[in-house]
Design a protein. Structure first.
Length: 515
């Protein structure tokens, strides 16, 4: 990372709390000093925290946008750069003071390689989606999701890091949002899907969205499942578009656990030294504040310089012959003799469910954990029955038993508490988990039923998976219960009593955990 000039001017504490003009030399919140311009006359600046020497970026934002950024002032996430302050400016706007995250940006990476392998692209998208979901759960909106703000090789910390850097070619947002409008959760969701499209194809998606999966295929997305996921989020039809990240995360998680380890392992294209600041983000150097060098110092320095140059040339010649030749990877051939694929523990690197559930021993168990409350499983559950079970009665019983058998000892988990009172609605819970984790499974069936209960279960599951309002399909399922009991189906359903109060609420509580 570039070293910023040291702060030499004492902060003006009398300016604290007042609206201020933003320019080189400005002091924000007493200890954030603006040092240089960023991107010429764009109005963005870089600087330093005089207390911690933290490098900073200063981005003016509208007063309306501040509302969605304010919850992030106390927010911390491994894949999100810090936001330190939101201070008023004298023109009615605010300035967001955020951490400068040094390293190689996604924009630079794509400019160098064109596009990412699908597994690598989905891995990055999942981490960004997890970060954005956490931001949304905290009540905020990021609004700066673009290839320049994603640091794929940060100088420090986990990769990638989502910083608060302004875009070079305009923001990524839903087609309906005005260019000067405040970003929303829907805009963050669109931008996350747009980045995945960009990584898979090497090009920015259509700003107006796509009318069909065929159009996304024409744009260069080869995988059918990924085309479907992107169609759900980048569709030009506003009523059909997913406006939050939950469905996209689930679709990408299912794809990832099936494909992790498929990408070939090739020699790294990155230098061993930490990458420099992005060229587009490097400001013009200002004059140094160091006192001028004296003539005697210059002569002394000159003598040392000549000796150093001679020694350097000699060392360089020697190293040219002694060190192994470095091979530069220009392109990756279609077929590469690769080492053995990574083990399933590679999944630990990806926050598929928002927590480290990937070490559960199987891809199916990892997926199931994503549809249940955090902490449901403390050991590897037996879930190999899940996709083959078509009877919702048996499936509900097995799901409950699995939650108890693989759950924590002692205090009951949230899942145990829910299933202790879920009653009739354990069948819809099983239907949801099965639909979310078993893409090619046979449909649920109750051949002895009279009132299409199996169809209502499928409708409930489809609504939950797509994050649609579940009220109508859940009522249809409840009606099917009463219908079956009225037709003497108590024996077939293995229970005679009608739904008790609170059972449907327990199911909705389970659905709430997916949000």
């Amino acid at each position: 990372m570039r070293r910023f000039p040291a702060v030499t001017t004492p902060p003006d504490s009398s300016a604290a709390g007042r609206p201020l003009g933003l320019g080189v030399g400005s002091i924000v919140a007493e200890h954030f000093r603006v040092e240089e311009t960023l991107d010429g006359d764009s109005g963005y600046f870089i600087g330093v925290d005089s207390r911690s020497s933290q490098a900073l970026v200063f981005v003016p934002v509208s007063a309306e946008r501040v509302k969605s950024l304010h919850p992030l002032l106390a927010f911390e996430h491994a894949h999100v750069g810090r936001l330190f302050a939101l201070e008023p400016l004298d023109d009615g706007r605010f300035v967001a003071v955020a951490a400068w995250v040094g390293g190689e940006t996604l924009a630079e990476r794509l400019a160098a390689i064109g596009k990412k392998p699908a597994v690598d692209a989905v891995r990055t998208a999942l981490r960004l989606a997890d970060a954005l979901s956490s931001i949304h759960e905290a009540g905020g909106v990021h609004g700066f999701v673009n290839p320049r703000s994603v640091i794929v090789e940060p100088d420090a910390g986990e990769q990638p890091v989502l910083a608060f850097f302004p875009p070079e070619d305009g923001e990524l947002h839903t087609p309906e949002r005005a260019a000067d409008g405040a970003p929303s959760i829907a805009d963050d969701t669109w931008a996350c899907a747009a980045l995945l499209h960009w990584m898979l194809t090497g090009s920015r998606p259509n700003a107006a969205g796509y009318a069909s999966a065929d159009e996304i295929a024409e744009a260069g997305v080869a995988d059918a499942a990924l085309r479907t996921a992107l169609t759900h989020t980048l569709t030009s039809s506003r009523p059909d578009r997913q406006s939050d990240l939950r469905p996209l995360r689930r679709e990408l998680a299912r794809w990832f656990v099936e494909h992790a380890g498929e990408e070939p392992i090739v020699p790294s294209m990155q230098p061993s030294a930490p990458p420099p600041l992005p060229q587009s983000l490097r400001p013009n150097r200002r004059a140094s504040s160091r006192p001028p060098t004296t003539r005697a110092e210059k002569k002394k320095f000159g003598a040392f310089s000549i000796v150093a140059i001679v020694l350097g040339i000699g060392a360089g010649v020697a190293l040219t012959f002694l060190r192994p030749k470095r091979v530069q990877v220009v392109s990756v051939p279609e077929k590469v003799e690769a080492p053995a694929a990574p083990s399933a523990l590679e999944l630990r690197e990806v926050p598929v469910t928002g927590e480290n559930e990937a070490g559960l021993g199987s891809k199916l168990a990892t997926c199931m954990a994503g549809y249940l409350p955090k902490g449901t499983f403390t050991k590897t559950p037996d879930v190999e029955w899940l996709c083959g079970e078509t009877d919702p009665r048996a499936g509900a019983e097995k799901l409950h038993s699995t939650i108890v058998a693989a759950g924590p000892k002692g205090a009951p988990s949230d899942a145990m508490k829910i299933f202790s009172r879920i009653g009739w609605y354990a069948m819809p819970a099983f239907a949801v988990v099965r639909a979310g984790c078993c893409t090619d499974a046979k449909p649920l069936a109750l051949p002895e039923a009279h009132c299409q209960m199996d169809a209502t279960l499928r409708d409930v599951a489809d609504a939950v998976i797509a994050s649609r309002d579940v009220s109508a399909p859940l009522k249809a399922y409840t009606d099917s219960i009463h219908c079956e009991l009225n037709h003497g189906g108590a024996k077939m359903l293995r229970r005679a009593e009608r739904p008790a109060g609170g059972e449907d609420t327990a199911f909705l509580e389970l659905v709430k955990h997916l949000e």
